[in-house]
Design a protein around this ligand. Structure first.
Ligand SMILES: Nc1nc(=O)c2c([nH]1)NC[C@@H]1CN(c3ccc(C(=O)N[C@@H](CCC(=O)O)C(=O)O)cc3)C=[N+]21
Length: 294
């Protein structure tokens, strides 16, 4: 069996077209475009690339992008002051603070300072609590993108066995909650899990978000399972730098029913879901009808 490759880029392009299609009506009703503020502290090259691609995508879809690049030496108070200013700015609908922050800064108080109505990353404890409680809110971009891919691949997920590998606040925990809300039977695996291959072998759906390059092997996967690979690790293979996921793609392809590639799978969906959340936050802030985007 050769797994079907799930084309995240194509799905993201489709979602992007629906988002940009909804923006003229938002502009007509409010006199301005939806606005996204992205905050980056320091000069990590990978983070700079993500931040600029988020800004570029926002502008491409017809949104306003406000990029705040702060020096490494920024203090906690300066960062909190910027968040307060963005909270108060009516032209800003979404605020994203790129993580990880430099070691001298404490990310949780910064995230808690973001107005939950503008929390397009879904990281505020209010957003996390609303997700658990089944209340409308903003859902983290990566798990939301994974859910969109799973729904389009499998349709109804009810009753399926799902394993989420990784328990981060940004991906693993919200992913498990979303799958639970879809009526999956959800297991969460992590670094202390006993017999990880055995747990994964039971799953119809595997979401790999552990951040360990190619740790999940093809023979750990149930034949025909759907595999969503969230990992992005840069490794050197045969003397060349390559980007790989948490799943060993070549061996998994021989067993899985469908699998997301890295790159071109979850990554493009993450960025487009940020745009999705920004438009949603903008409509809710202005009490406008929410467009159906997926
Ligand atoms: N507050 C916060 N929210 C985030 O959502 C967040 C963050 N911090 N910090 C860093 C991670 C990482 N992340 C990615 C987004 C897109 C791709 C992506 O589009 N990747 C391309 C490949 C890009 C390449 O070649 O490097 C792909 O998979 O096809 C990857 C990774 C969001 N993150």
């Amino acid at each position: 069996m050769t797994a079907q490759t799930i084309d995240g880029k194509a799905h993201a392009d489709g979602l992007g077209a629906r988002i940009s299609g909804a923006i003229p009506s938002f502009r007509e009703q409010t006199g301005r475009p939806p606005g996204l503020a992205v905050v980056l502290v320091g000069t990590d090259p990978a983070s700079e690339v993500y931040v600029s691609s988020k800004g570029r995508m926002a502008r491409k879809l017809g949104m306003a992008s406000f990029e705040h690049i702060l020096p490494e030496a920024t203090t906690q108070q300066q960062l909190l002051d910027l968040i307060a200013q963005l909270n108060a700015d009516d032209s800003v609908d979404g605020i994203l603070v790129q993580l990880p922050l430099p070691a001298h800064l404490d990310s949780l108080p910064v995230i808690e300072a973001i107005d939950p109505a503008k929390d397009v990353d879904g990281l505020h404890p209010s957003s996390a609590g609303r997700l658990v409680s089944g209340l409308p809110g903003l859902v983290s971009c990566t798990p939301l993108g994974c859910l969109m891919l799973l729904r389009s691949q499998l349709g109804n997920l009810s009753g399926l066995d799902a394993v989420v590998v990784g328990r981060s606040i940004l991906v693993g925990k919200p992913m498990a909650q979303l799958l639970l809300a879809e009526n999956c039977t959800v297991s969460m695996a992590h670094s202390r899990t006993r017999d990880l291959p055995g747990k994964i072998r039971q799953a119809d759906i595997v979401v790999a978000a552990a951040g360990q390059a190619e740790m999940i092997k093809g023979d750990w996967i149930k034949p025909g399972a759907t595999v969503i690979d969230v990992g992005t690790s840069r490794i050197v293979r045969d003397g060349r730098k390559t980007l790989v996921g948490d799943v060993e793609f070549a061996s998994a392809c021989g067993v899985a029913g469908a699998i997301t590639p890295v790159p071109g799978g979850v990554g493009p969906m993450t960025i487009m879901c940020l745009m999705h959340n920004t438009l949603l936050a903008a409509c809710r802030r202005k009490a406008l009808a929410e467009p159906r985007l997926w």
